[in-house]
Design a protein around this ligand. Structure first.
Ligand code: GRF
Length: 195
């Protein structure tokens, strides 16, 4: 990749991973990159205001009762208009259409709060507690047509304690997520650069 890699981040809510990634980019921990846009499918996503505070362009693309493919087409167009090279899902709560995946094949990343392939889908921390695992963690992976099943880029392990609740475990995992996402993005961009 020549020049600055333009990153687009998709969120639906709080956006703490988006902020951690944007701050890492700004601090130079993800070389040769810039966060060009943050897109939310939810108009009231808390992360939108936090991105704006940082001077990042934000955009809301609501579903408005449309089918997934049609909604995704609007997002794809917005990403293409801004020449986005890499799409990072950060708490984006919608499954992508095959059209979206095809449009950015190998250039969409997601962060998930478990050591995949364990506990894909919703409530990963709850699933970990139910299984009484002693270790869980977080994973950054490429997005393909499978649910949380694409090739794994990076992982961090996190211990589970006997008295953990979903809240306490989620908070411990989230701390690691915030460091892992930017490391994984740097890794991916660096590999593309060498190709
Ligand atoms: C994170 O736990 C992430 O792994 C999962 O959704 C949560 C989003 O949190 N996909 P935030 O919006 O980044 O704060």
């Amino acid at each position: 990749m020549i020049g600055l890699a333009r990153i687009g981040i998709l969120i639906s809510g709080r956006g703490s991973n988006m902020i951690a990634l944007a701050d890492a980019v700004r601090a130079g921990r993800v070389p040769n990159a810039q966060v060009a846009v943050v897109i939310s499918d939810q108009p009231d996503a808390a992360g939108l205001a936090r991105a704006k505070e940082r001077g990042i362009e934000t955009l809301v693309v609501e579903r408005r009762g449309r089918k997934r493919a049609e909604h995704d087409r609007e997002i794809i167009a917005a990403l293409n208009e801004r020449n986005i090279d890499l799409v990072c899902l950060a708490g984006y709560m919608r499954v992508l259409s095959s059209e979206f995946i095809e449009a950015f094949r190998g250039r969409i990343l997601n962060i998930h709060p478990s050591l995949l392939p364990s506990f894909p889908g919703l409530d990963a921390q709850q699933q970990a507690l139910e299984h009484e695992v002693k270790w869980t963690g977080c994973t950054v992976h490429f997005v393909d047509e499978t649910l949380d099943g694409g090739p794994i880029i990076a992982q961090r392990a996190v211990p589970v304690s006997d008295d953990d609740t979903v809240e306490s475990l989620s908070a411990r995992i989230l701390e690691q997520e915030h460091e892992l996402y930017s490391e994984a993005v740097a890794l991916v961009l660096n590999n593309n650069h060498r190709d």
